[in-house]
Design a protein around this ligand. Structure first.
Ligand SMILES: *[C@@H]1O[C@H](CO)[C@@H](O)[C@H](O)[C@H]1NC(C)=O
Ligand SMILES: *[C@@H]1O[C@H](CO)[C@@H](O)[C@H](O)[C@H]1NC(C)=O
Length: 262
C-alpha cells in the first residue's frame, strides 16, 4: 500500500518533472511573471481596501451610529440589566410570587393590541382579526407578552404538579409553550458569555450560579408596556369557564377605563 509520504514525494516529483520538461520560451516566462506580479499586487491592494472598509464599518457601528431601533415599537438595547438571584417572582411565599406574576406589566392579555390598518401596512404585518370596536383596527399580541403567556402556562403546570393538583392545561398546550420559548431563545442567540465559578458576586457560594451581577443591555420592557397600554385591545379573559359568556364582553376592559364600545 502506498504510504502518505510516498504519495507526497510522488506529487512533488511530478511537479519537478513538469517544470523540467515544460517548453516555455524566455519571453513567455517573463510576461507570465509580470502578469502574476500585477495580479498579486491587485490582490494585496484589494485585501487592504477590504480590511480598511470592514474596520471603518465596525467603528461606525460601535461608536458613532445610534443603536438600531426595533421595527415595531422603536425600542433600543440601552437599558442596563444584571443577572440576579430571585426576587418577588421566586418568593417561596406563594401569594407574593403570584402577585408578581399576575401584575398587569407581565400579564399576557396586556399585550393584546388593536393596531390601525395604516400601522399594519407600513410595518408589513400579516392581516389579523378585526377589533370589534373599530373596523379599521386589527388585533395582535405583542410577542414578548405571548412569551410571558407561555412562561405562565409552564409555571402553572409546574406548580400544579408539585402541589399534587390536577393539571389544568392539556399537554399539547404546555409543549407548544415550551417550544415557543425554545424558538425565542434560539432566535435571540444571546452571545453574552456568563462567567462561571465562585467569583465576583458568587465568591464563597457552595453552588455558584453563572453570570450573577454581570451586566447586559436590554430593550425597555416599560416602553413595550407603554405601547401595549396605548394601543390596548381592552381584552381581559374573564369568565373563561363559562362557555356561553359572550366574547365581545371581554373586549370592554380598557386600561384607562375608557368606553370604546357603542
Ligand atoms: C406571605 O405574604 C403575605 C403578604 O405579604 C403575608 O400576609 C403572609 O403572612 C405571608 N405568608 C407566610 C407564610 O409567610
Ligand atoms: C364574569 O366576570 C365578572 C368580572 O370578573 C364578574 O363580575 C361576573 O360575576 C362574572 N359572571 C359570571 C357569569 O361568571
Amino acid at each position: 500500500m502506498e504510504s502518505f509520504k510516498d504519495r507526497l514525494l510522488q506529487d512533488t516529483s511530478d511537479e519537478e518533472d513538469d517544470s523540467q520538461h515544460g517548453q516555455k520560451s524566455k519571453h513567455q516566462v517573463v510576461s507570465q511573471e509580470g502578469a502574476s506580479f500585477i495580479f498579486k499586487l491587485i490582490s494585496a491592494c484589494s485585501i487592504c481596501f477590504n480590511a480598511i472598509f470592514i474596520c471603518s464599518i465596525l467603528i461606525i457601528l460601535s461608536k458613532d451610529a445610534p443603536l438600531p431601533l426595533s421595527k415595531y415599537v422603536g425600542l433600543q438595547k440601552n437599558v442596563p440589566f444584571s443577572f440576579s438571584h430571585g426576587d418577588f417572582y421566586t418568593s417561596s411565599n406563594r401569594s407574593i410570587a403570584d402577585a408578581a406574576w399576575n401584575a398587569p406589566i407581565v400579564q399576557s392579555w396586556t399585550g393584546l393590541v388593536a393596531l390601525s390598518e395604516d400601522y399594519v401596512q407600513s410595518h408589513d404585518l400579516l392581516p389579523a382579526q378585526q377589533w370589534p370596536w373599530d373596523e379599521n383596527k386589527r388585533i395582535y399580541i405583542l410577542n414578548g407578552f405571548h412569551n410571558l403567556h407561555c412562561l405562565d402556562v409552564v409555571r402553572q403546570t409546574v406548580l400544579q404538579a408539585y402541589d399534587g393538583k390536577p393539571l389544568a392545561k392539556p399537554l399539547p398546550h404546555v409543549v407548544h409553550c415550551l417550544d415557543a420559548l425554545r424558538q425565542e431563545i434560539m432566535c435571540n442567540a444571546d452571545d453574552t458569555p456568563r462567567y462561571t465559578g465562585r467569583l465576583n458576586e458568587e465568591a464563597g457560594r457552595d453552588h455558584p450560579v453563572s453570570g450573577i451581577g454581570q451586566q447586559k443591555l436590554c430593550n425597555s420592557w416599560d416602553k413595550l408596556y407603554e405601547f401595549a397600554i396605548e394601543h390596548s385591545a381592552c381584552y381581559r379573559p374573564v369568565n373563561m369557564s363559562d362557555p356561553h359568556f359572550p366574547e365581545l364582553e371581554r373586549f370592554k376592559f380598557c386600561p384607562d377605563g375608557k368606553r370604546v364600545w357603542p
